[in-house]
Design a protein around this ligand. Structure first.
Ligand code: GCU
Ligand code: CA
Ligand code: CA
Length: 222
């Protein structure tokens, strides 16, 4: 898994009882030129911070037994660390698909042209389209207001598949008091992704000012 100046690796445990540990190898060429990256590792994961953003790295791992017999190499995986970028999608901008409700501007403090106000019903939704140049993990965050009501928790699906069951949109005290959700991570596919936020409660969702997407070059989708 690539990140900003980092690659996180994780592999299946070897279950043999004479296991001594693992060796991790890296190359910048697929299939050859591997060099040993680590000493003997006890854990079946490793974080490689010795990387340059934009470069592609190829990794294989081996297992060693207590007599120093080394296994064949694992399948190769690759990762390209990158500098993340962010986009904010407003209700009147490319990437905003629809709200199961209305676009309103009666509660000040919003940015852009207003905010998405879902109907007050379970499953009421807001939808966006986000383009990802390749499949990977992206962070999402929303700016919202929730007048004096309980937490309007919502779930997130991507391309129709549930990814997060319970994003918190707690009461902000007034419909004119806007704040940010926590940052949540979803998996996007290469190309356009339909991101849906759907209310878990009979109140629908909070009023949504915008959604921010952070990761490898996200762009508004069609
Ligand atoms: C109020 C508020 C709306 C909000 C609604 C709700 O009517 O003005 O913006 O969406 O409450 O409870 O959802
Ligand atoms: Ca509403
Ligand atoms: Ca807005």
């Amino acid at each position: 898994m690539a990140g900003n100046g980092t690659v996180s690796l994780e592999w299946n445990d070897n279950s043999q009882n004479d296991l001594a540990g693992y060796k991790l190898y890296r190359s910048t060429i697929s299939g050859s030129n591997y060099t040993l990256l680590t000493g003997l590792l006890n854990a079946s994961d490793y974080i490689d911070n010795d990387v340059i953003n934009g470069m592609v790295y190829y990794y294989v791992v081996t297992a060693l037994d207590t007599e120093s017999n080394e296994s064949e190499t694992s399948n190769e995986v690759s990762a390209r660390p990158y500098v993340p970028s962010s986009i904010i999608i407003q209700e009147n901008e490319a990437g905003f698909i629809s709200v199961n409700g209305t676009i309103d501007n009666n509660n000040p403090g919003f940015t852009g042209a207003g905010f998405a106000n879902t109907i007050n019903a379970v499953d009421a939704y807001v939808r966006w389209s986000v383009n990802a140049p390749e499949a990977g993990r992206y962070d999402l965050q929303w700016r919202f207001a929730n007048g004096n009501t309980p937490d309007r928790t919502a779930r997130v699906s991507v391309n129709g598949t549930a990814q997060l069951a319970n994003v918190s949109f707690p009461g902000t005290g007034a419909w004119t008091t806007w704040t940010l959700t926590g940052i949540v991570t979803v998996q996007l596919t290469a190309g356009d992704n339909l991101i849906e936020l759907a209310g878990n409660t009979a109140n629908g969702t909070a009023n949504i000012d915008w959604m921010e997407v952070t990761g490898l070059s996200p762009a508004p989708g069609n």
